[in-house]
Design a protein around this ligand. Structure first.
Ligand code: DQA
Length: 146
């Protein structure tokens, strides 16, 4: 039976492709979704890919993952740096493995991006590999959920 992974995306990630392409590259979120579905199929993972600009949607989807998924990869966008609610939601579904994902290397950018509110609640963090960060997270989830 194939395992379900939720891949969750936060604010402004719907703008990928148009948004600061020097930092985030030229792929759209639909391209990233297609890459994740393809990688998921190869890994035997059923990828449920979602995006919202609203913090509460992300909180509810993490709760839903606690019922339906074996793991989560989340690019919480700027909520990464601010959201205690996302930290608490990840803790609330523990021990479900949640991996924090970023396209850019947040540590090589502005200081306000160096702090993650969700990292202490996550299994691990992958950042700086462009859209490949998502695929690396899927590979990691495949390994740790075996
Ligand atoms: C991001 C990094 C965040 O700091 C930023 O707010 C984003 C995108 C990334 O994928 O590199 O929206 O999460």
């Amino acid at each position: 039976m194939s395992k379900t992974i939720f891949v969750l995306n936060g604010p402004n990630l719907n703008m990928l492709g148009k948004r600061e392409p020097g930092i985030y590259g030229g792929k759209t979120l639909a391209d990233v979704e297609a890459d994740c579905l393809k990688a998921g199929a190869e890994l035997g993972l059923d990828v449920d890919f979602r995006q919202s600009n609203h913090e509460g949607d992300l909180v509810s989807w993490i709760h839903e993952a606690g019922e339906k998924a074996v793991g989560v990869a989340i690019n919480a966008g700027a909520y990464t740096h601010t959201s205690i609610a996302l930290h608490d939601a990840i803790k609330a579904v523990s021990p479900l493995p949640v991996i924090e994902v970023h396209i850019s290397n947040v540590h090589a950018r502005e200081e306000f991006r160096h702090k993650s509110m969700i990292a202490p609640a996550c299994k691990g963090v992958i950042c700086g590999f462009g859209p490949q960060s998502y695929i690396l997270a899927l590979q990691a989830l495949k390994t740790i959920t075996q």
